[in-house]
Design a protein around this ligand. Structure first.
Ligand SMILES: NC(=O)c1ccc[n+]([C@@H]2O[C@H](COP(=O)([O-])OP(=O)(O)OC[C@H]3O[C@@H](n4cnc5c(N)ncnc54)[C@H](O)[C@@H]3O)[C@@H](O)[C@H]2O)c1
Ligand SMILES: O=C/C=C/C=C(\O)C(=O)O
Length: 480
């Protein structure tokens, strides 16, 4: 069976202790490769390589660093279909989705930050006749990037690219659940002659390799995307060490549909927002609030559309949904569907595992599930499920829906459907979330601040926010 390797100091290598973890193919429910079970000793080696590479990498001009990052972007573009196939196999998502969203976005992440640093302006504060200040933004040194399984290469590269662009060396850990495209990225680094030690990829468990990065005293910053409980654990270790932290955590996002909306558009986009990537996107609109006047009509049209979402083999063109990422995750989602029923919810569609023919009969396929009849404050409507499960809740007034939408511990994203401009902007102002879409969902401009409030995280990624995060600001004041 194929054994993945770590990438340290420009070379592929086995973990020091020689231990490996099983890597499952979700659509078949079978182990198909092994990944290094790295520990603190592998992280130490990666940090050593990063520290050795840092002086030369940070001394390059922005234009030179840009060229190295563009080489990664270009090679990802050349290997796009192969990477998409690998992502789909490793994660269970439809190949078409990986081919049209995940891998193009990984390509764009590198290109975006490679070119952003060519357009950066530095801050200058003039004190008139007295003198002036300029601000140097200097790289931190070695930084850690830790990413989750739902959008593997997309989110891995979203962190690594700005860290590298701003002159840092990186120790990165992809999720142990979906390590494969990060492994292919390490091969790509070797193919394009990316400088040794600048990017190091260490595979393994969060509690072992991940935590060793957080505990390592040489690592200056942690950029983390994942669950809220993991974020809290990381913060408890990193904060007393005064490491910089960017935490992108969970969500339980409201999708608010007013009765004056463009109805067909609201139905179509809400379906995608609920079930894209099997509902495993932190931005998914998992709580749909519909104004009472159109509730029944919306419910009928929405369920009809959801019935048309084909759950199928990831590589099939016609599949709109693939497998969820693991057996444990599937069981967690099913337990929430059970809980929803215990809390009084009625299932309008779905609710069960999908029986698939061989070779997918052991795969983790779930029906897209629509539930109504729950109170806004029950557990089903408050806790993150992170799967293909959505609830429908009627509301009467703007005030009422804001109260319900804002009632969770999360504050990541929100979607609002209305044709009333004033209302759209008023609700956008009053909603507690870091990201708001009006009449759309997951439209991304990589320059904008990305992140959540409340328990959805601390800090923002994207554009210059990310470049600022990965640098230390040093103000130089000159007085005549
Ligand atoms: N806000 C966002 O941008 C965003 C994006 C994607 C996913 N998420 C969230 O991620 C969660 C699902 O992803 P997941 O299950 O992979 O999350 P997770 O928190 O279990 O794992 C994320 C990463 O952290 C590592 N990790 C786990 N424990 C660690 C520790 N003690 N120290 C250091 N690293 C550790 C894991 O190995 C993995 O690489 C969901 O809650 C989802 O909402 C958030
Ligand atoms: O699951 C989380 C999705 C995160 C998306 C982004 O970070 C992005 O689009 O930049």
């Amino acid at each position: 069976m194929e054994k993945l390797q770590n990438y340290i100091g420009g070379k592929l290598c086995a973990p020091v202790k020689g231990e490996y973890l099983d890597n499952y193919e979700p659509a078949r429910g079978e182990v198909y490769s092994l990944i290094p079970r790295s520990g603190a000793e592998d992280v130490t080696a990666a940090v050593k390589a990063a520290e050795a590479a840092f002086p030369a990498w940070s001394a390059l001009s922005n234009a030179e660093r840009s060229k190295h990052l563009m080489a990664l972007s270009n090679r990802i573009a050349e290997r796009l279909d192969e990477l998409a196939m690998a992502e789909s196999r490793d994660n269970g998502k439809p190949f078409k989705l990986a081919q049209s969203v995940d891998i193009p976005r990984a390509r764009d992440n590198f290109a975006f930050f490679a070119t952003a640093i060519l357009h950066q302006e530095d801050e200058f504060h003039n004190m008139g006749g007295k003198g002036f200040n300029y601000t140097l933004r200097q790289p931190l040194g070695s930084v850690a990037c830790i990413s989750p399984w739902n959008l593997p290469l997309y989110l891995f590269s979203w962190k690594i690219a700005p860290a590298l662009a701003s002159g840092n060396c990186v120790i990165a850990k992809p999720s142990e659940v979906t390590p494969y495209t990060a492994y292919l990225l390490s091969q790509i680094c070797i193919e394009v002659g990316f400088p040794a030690g600048v990017l190091n990829i260490v595979h393994g468990l969060g509690a072992e390799a991940g935590q060793a990065m957080v505990e390592n005293d040489t690592i200056k910053a942690i950029s983390f995307t994942g669950g809220t409980a993991t974020g809290a654990r990381i913060a408890s270790i990193a904060a007393p060490k005064f490491k910089k932290m960017s935490l992108e955590l969970g969500g339980k996002n409201p999708n608010i549909i007013f009765d004056d909306c463009d109805f067909e558009r609201a139905v179509k986009i809400s379906t995608r927002a609920a079930f894209a990537n099997q509902g495993q996107i932190c931005l998914c609109g998992s709580r749909i609030f519909v104004q009472r006047g159109i509730y029944d009509r919306f419910k009928e049209a929405f369920v009809e559309r959801v019935k048309g979402l084909k759950v199928g083999a990831p590589e099939e063109e016609s599949s709109r949904m693939g497998a969820v990422v693991s057996e444990a995750h599937m069981e967690k989602i099913l337990s929430y569907i059970q809980l929803a029923q215990e809390e009084g919810g009625q299932i309008l569609h779905g609710g069960k595992r999908v029986e698939m023919p061989a070779p997918y009969d052991k795969g983790y396929f779930l029906e897209p599930t629509v539930i109504e009849g729950l109170s806004f404050d029950c557990r089903t409507n408050q806790e993150e499920i992170f799967g293909p499960v959505v609830t429908l809740t009627p509301f009467d007034t703007e005030e009422e829906v804001l109260m319900m939408a804002n009632s969770t511990e999360y504050g990541l994203a929100c979607t609002i459907f209305t044709q009333d401009l004033n209302r759209a902007h008023r609700v956008a102002r009053d909603i507690h979330s870091g990201i708001v879409w009006i009449n759309d969902w997951l439209v991304r401009d990589l320059r904008t601040p990305f992140g959540g409030m409340k328990n959805s995280g601390v800090g923002r990624e994207g554009g210059f926010e990310a470049l600022k995060f990965f640098t230390e600001a040093k103000n130089v004041c000159f007085n005549y």
